[in-house]
Ligand binder design. Structure first.
Ligand code: CLF
Ligand code: SF4
Length: 408
């Protein structure tokens, strides 16, 4: 690829070019659930904090499903230019990543492929990515000093064994730097994401920037820590916007581009940065095959009841106009979810409607309805959500759940 062709791609990449993010869209394909390291800010039951805000990704797709979905999105979002793979684990720890890139490149050669990785497996895969047509790589690097790195990473899995402490950090950092070198030598455009972690690496970040600039990184992106429940860093404070701006200005003075419009998007984000449309394209709306959503978060201790009056279970799953989400422990109403009922009862529109109901219920342990069709029943079952078919009262259902009458 010539330099001018590469410049053309950069000008249309919403993350690499400041002006492009107002004109062009990106789509993430969540095909990579496994990870080969443990960052102390990441709860893997949720999402990859490298590139996403914490929360469940609504589904993990197979390579075939991902490629099919690209076609659907492309037909509705003509501004789509970039296809990214950014989790929910590490793309290079999942063979599905490579299968997906190959499939998408074959069907849609006009789209730009982009990868975001922790870098552990990058030296071994840089050439493979290049040969598959990938030209944009992001490496998340939170330290170049193993002592700092040992505070950021819990463990690293390499050569079939799990290592920790300084040994793990040293190995990860050396692989990240070597991966960066190889990508630069191949002519790829590399962005370095750095998570700004107060009390851990803030003062060290200019050293990271100096080092990656020297090797040839194109830009750096300094993301604020999002303290996620259940992680080692859950008790840390996120940096303030002022602290972050000050650090970005300082790093900009080192002579490298600093990305300032990152939205810390989900691993399944779709659309323009800052306007996520992924829910419009949730599972059933894109697939001809049956939906296979995989929940990465915990089910909450609640029952979602299809009810018109908040007292009786009196509606079926597909025709309910509202669901009452009730806490199983103390019976209090957590929220009432109103459902748009103006949908057809069959076909793709129906599947899309069912998927949007399921998403809006936010993973209760039970769903209680008067009736339910095979499609939503199977989908909920696949997500580990128990379905209760009954026409009793909400209080009665709660009592029976608590006394174990309904087995999982
Ligand atoms: Fe996705 Fe990342 Fe590619 Fe962009 S996101 S893999 S480089 S196409 Fe962009 Fe989102 Fe920030 Fe990432 S706004 S989190 S920097
Ligand atoms: Fe989590 Fe991503 Fe770190 Fe893996 S690389 S532990 S998925 S933040």
């Amino acid at each position: 690829m010539t330099d001018s062709a590469l410049s053309g791609l950069i000008a249309e990449h919403p993350c690499y070019d400041d002006a492009a993010h107002k004109k062009f869209a990106r789509m993430h394909l969540p095909v990579a659930p496994r990870c080969n390291i443990q960052c102390n800010y990441c709860n893997r039951k949720y999402d990859c904090s490298n590139e996403s805000r914490p929360g469940v990704t609504s589904e993990v797709l197979s390579p075939q499903e991902a490629a099919d979905k690209v076609g659907v999105v492309l037909s509705k979002i003509p501004e789509l230019k970039v296809i990214g793979i950014a989790g929910p684990g590490d793309p290079l720890a999942n063979e599905a990543t490579f299968e997906t890139i190959a499939l998408v490149r074959e069907r849609y050669p006009q789209l730009t492929m982009c990868i975001s990785t922790n870098g552990l497996a990058l030296p071994d895969n840089a050439k493979r990515l290049y040969d598959l047509g990938v030209r944009f790589v992001t490496i998340t690097m939170n330290a170049v000093d193993p002592e700092v790195g040992s505070k950021v990473y819990g463990h690293v899995i390499a050569d079939g064994r799990s290592i920790s402490g300084m040994e793990a950090a040293s190995l990860l950092i050396s692989r990240q730097l070597e991966g960066l070198r190889r990508c630069v030598d191949l002519g790829m455009v590399v962005k370095i994401n750095i998570v700004m972690i107060p009390g851990i690496n803030v003062d060290h970040i200019p050293d990271i920037v100096r080092k990656v600039k020297e090797i040839g990184a194109y830009t750096v992106n300094i993301l604020p820590l999002i303290p996620v429940a259940g992680t080692k860093f859950e008790g840390l404070d996120a940096p303030t916007p002022e602290m972050r701006k000050h650090l970005m200005d300082e790093c900009g003075d080192l002579g490298i581009r600093v990305m300032r419009h990152c939205k810390q998007c989900r691993a399944d984000a779709i659309g323009m940065l800052g306007n996520d449309r992924s829910s419009e394209f949730a599972c059933g709306s894109c697939r001809t095959a049956e939906a296979r959503p995989i929940l990465l978060g915990d089910l909450r201790d609640a029952v979602a009841v299809a009810s018109d009056d908040g007292v009786n279970i009196n509606r079926g799953f597909g025709n309910a106009s509202s669901f009452y989400i009730v806490d199983i422990g103390d019976g209090h109403l957590i929220e009432k979810v109103d459902v748009d009922t103006g949908h057809s009862v069959a076909g793709q529109d129906h599947k899309s409607h069912i998927s949007s109901i399921i998403t809006s219920l936010k993973s209760p342990r039970y769903v209680a309805v008067t009736e339910i069709g095979p499609y939503p029943s199977k989908t909920l079952d696949g997500m580990g959500i128990n379905v209760i078919v009954t026409d009793t009262t909400i209080d009665d259902v709660l009592r029976r759940i608590r006394d174990g009458s309904y087995k999982s």
